[in-house]
Design a protein around this ligand. Structure first.
Ligand code: SAH
Ligand code: SF4
Ligand code: F3S
Length: 435
């Protein structure tokens, strides 16, 4: 018997890349590859890359540098580059890095097995007319009781700083029937929580049995799948939060009380320069409406500091907005000029100033995050067990509000949804005991 070929996958960037990596592993699995966690024993190494900030894409080249020695020791080994750097740089990657055999973009990876079979050094960064999802093998539940499900890809918003509309292409929504099939297949394999994914997920407008469906309708239908306990979705644009979707947060018990709703800045001048097409005020009003529908919802956001032209007053407006909203979590980044985007042409804010602002902002959101977590102490919450903890008899999972929770529960099983009482809050997690 021939040993199965081994595949090592490294995923950078967002959750959509995590989803894509799983699907690429499944596609290669159909050709006899099994995944390994040990790069040294891999017959194929696949790097699924991110282009969002300069540092993210530089990681690819430092990893490729390290792979050179490994490949020299294992001459049959293949190296593939997928994801957003693959899309953005294409052939350039083969030129810069002789160790690379294959370059495949996010819309072409259903062709990966054929590329591997054909051999040679090849690039495929097409946006093919065929739907890659229909050509991929059936979905497997790989991460226990939780799963991602990409419902929408691409972005038509063209924020001035962002590469996504170029690397992922125009917005495309997958048809409702296929998504329901995929969700049911996951639930049949033990999945209890599904996070619907899209670069602009609340802009979802897919073909339903009776015309076009929005995200609210899709969520409502999925909530009816027996055995599916929890639904989440990410990432949303403020301008696509329609009334029906807001109402769903008050009506669907399966829809969890946590929403990632990036605002980027609290200065109208900067929001305009970013081409965000919303104001700080319209965002705050939106937050009020969401909280009216689901009062205990936790909100999170992304922030960019040091966008070209950002003054101290602009930055203070962002701090003001953060104080006004009160976030449960937030992700903040120093602006990074990306080739090909409109903002990259503009003069940068000096690095020292941008760094100081980033630190100030992070101190504020960290304090808010901690306060939101501490407010859970003493409360009863639900936790979906995802894995055993480090301590004997301990289970780890997420609460409805997406807090990591450690529960001392020797009888606990992975995939169980349990009611617990929160007893303590530490830096990044809560401790709790079963009721
Ligand atoms: N679709 C999502 C965001 C995708 S990118 C949305 O619209 O919010 C994830 C985050 O990376 C963005 O929200 C933004 O805060 C950050 N980001 C994107 N481009 C960036 C850049 N050029 N420099 C710094 N941060 C950036
Ligand atoms: Fe990028 Fe803006 Fe699209 Fe989000 S909405 S992916 S930040 S262009
Ligand atoms: Fe990065 Fe592409 Fe996601 S640039 S954030 S991997 S869409």
């Amino acid at each position: 018997m021939i040993d199965a070929k081994k595949l090592f996958v490294k995923t950078y960037g967002c959750q959509m890349n995590v989803y894509d990596s799983e699907r690429m592993a499944e596609a290669l699995g159909a050709k006899g590859y099994v995944t390994t966690e040990t790069v040294e024993e891999a017959d194929m190494v696949l790097l699924n890359t991110c282009h969002i900030r300069e540092k993210a894409s530089e990681k690819l080249y430092s990893d490729l540098g390290r792979l050179r020695a490994l490949k020299a020791a294992r001459p049959g080994m293949k190296v593939g580059v997928a994801g957003c750097v693959a899309q953005a740089e294409g052939e350039e990657i083969l030129r810069r890095s002789p160790v690379v055999d294959l370059v495949v973009g996010p819309q072409a990876y259903h062709r990966l097995p054929a590329m591997v079979e054909a051999g040679g050094r090849v690039v495929d960064t097409d946006f093919p007319v065929e739907d890659k999802f229909t050509l991929l093998p059936e979905r497997k539940a790989l991460r226990g009781p939780t799963a991602f499900l990409t419902v929408q890809e691409g972005c038509d918003k063209f924020c001035a700083f962002c590469v996504v509309p170029y690397t992922r292409g125009a917005e495309v929504s997958r048809p409702v029937a296929r998504l329901l099939d995929e969700a049911r297949a996951l639930v049949a394999q033990g999945v209890r929580e599904i996070t619907l994914l899209g670069q602009n997920v609340n802009g979802y407008h897919g073909q339903g049995p009776d015309g076009t469906w929005g995200l609210a309708r899709l969520l409502r239908e999925m909530a009816g799948i027996e055995g599916l306990a929890r639904l989440r979705y990410t990432t949303s644009h403020p301008n696509d939060m329609d009334d029906e979707l807001i109402a769903a947060h008050g009506e669907l018990p399966q829809l969890m009380p946590y929403l990632h709703l990036p605002v980027q800045s609290g200065s109208d001048r900067i929001l305009k320069a970013m081409n965000r097409k919303h104001t700080a005020e319209s965002y705050l009003r939106l937050v009020e409406r969401i909280r009216a529908a689901r009062p205990d919802i936790l909100l999170s956001s992304d922030f960019i500091v040091g966008f070209p032209g950002e003054t101290d007053a602009d930055f203070q407006a962002t701090m003001e907005l953060i104080r006004a909203v009160g976030y449960g979590a937030a992700f903040s980044f120093r602006y990074s000029a990306r080739p090909g985007t409109p903002a990259a042409e503009k003069p940068a804010v000096p690095a020292g100033i941008a760094d100081a602002r980033l630190q100030e902002l992070q101190a504020l959101v960290t304090a808010q995050q901690r306060a939101a977590q501490e407010a859970m102490v003493g409360r009863e919450v639900s936790v979906l067990y995802e894995k055993p903890g480090r301590k004997e008899g301990q289970m780890v999972g997420k609460s409805d509000h997406l807090h990591a929770v450690h529960v001392q529960d020797p009888a606990g099983r992975i995939g169980q949804l349990v009611r617990v009482r929160v007893t303590a809050s530490s830096t990044n997690s809560l401790a709790a005991e079963p009721l």
